[in-house]
Write a protein that binds this ligand. Sequence first.
Ligand code: ADP
Ligand code: MG
Length: 328
Amino acid sequence: MNAITSTAPSPRPSPPGETENKLDGSGLHLALLIEEGRGEWHARRIVRSLEAMGARVTVSSLPHCAFDTALASGIDIPGFKGELPDGVFVRSISAGTLEQITFRLGLLHALRESGVRVWNDARVVERCVDKSQTTFLLHKAGIATPRTRVCETEAHARDYTADLARTLVMKPLFGSQGKGIGQITSPEQLPPGAAVDHIYYMQDFVTPADDVFEDWRVLATRHRIVAAMTRRGKTWVTNIHQGAAARTHTPDAEMAAISMAAMRAIDADYAGIDLIRTAKGELQVLEVNSNPAWRGLQSVADINIAQAIAEDFLVTVLAHRSAQRAAT
Ligand SMILES: Nc1ncnc2c1ncn2[C@@H]1O[C@H](COP(=O)(O)OP(=O)(O)O)[C@@H](O)[C@H]1O
Ligand SMILES: [Mg+2]
């Protein structure tokens, strides 16, 4: 499948197809932040693509970065000797305690506030890690998403489900890969507060037409749709990690438009958008992932996904640098 240029891309110097041989990252020193302790399949491919365009890339993880008031920048990223990178690509913020995650998001906020272009920056990661925030922003932007109520305490969840005449999906607020997702059809099935960290994310179940459990994953950058796949599951949870089968998919104008609208609602630089179709045919956004993996998608896509993402990252970093130079 070829890259599909969205009908409404954000402004950029020129489409990647045209700039492929002209993008010049020489003189740039970029940081790629990956999950700690992982030999990262995705990272290797992003590094290779960025280096092929002339950029220097240092791979590290947020748990190895520090705030340090002995440095003029105040930020210590391994390999940068207290200098700031020209751009930061966040592949993962790494697992950690609430304090560790808060600290790491603080580092990403600090980088942005210091003028560094961070892909995706802390605000986007926060909007996507917390599923309730994503849902709210989609709703606020007028993007179709299943009816959802997110609240604290079992008592409030019971109020909401008292006269339940439909199936609800319950999701962990920080969930991913389909883990911890369940269905309820009555208040008696509500899990106790402790089992859901005292947050009840309750979303209307989108009943599939013809008992086919299928949804779509679209991978996009702020500039274009990169690739997409249909995921067909043996159960209603169609994540690849839950055993669903992937097939390449070419989004039509409707799917491209809702995906790019979701990107703008979150203000994401790159993201994975999960979409589902109701039995009546309406396309709805289930969630937006700010640190999407694309190994499964790459296995069915024709385009080199890492190359496309690296190009779009570099275009953005170069444009950011030009804008900064013009402002001084
Ligand atoms: N409201 C829903 N109706 C029907 N299926 C759903 C709904 N929400 C989630 N699913 C199924 O569960 C999967 C995982 O849900 P998702 O919201 O994407 O969370 P995760 O972060 O775990 O991937 C989806 O890909 C879809 O197959
Ligand atoms: Mg998902």
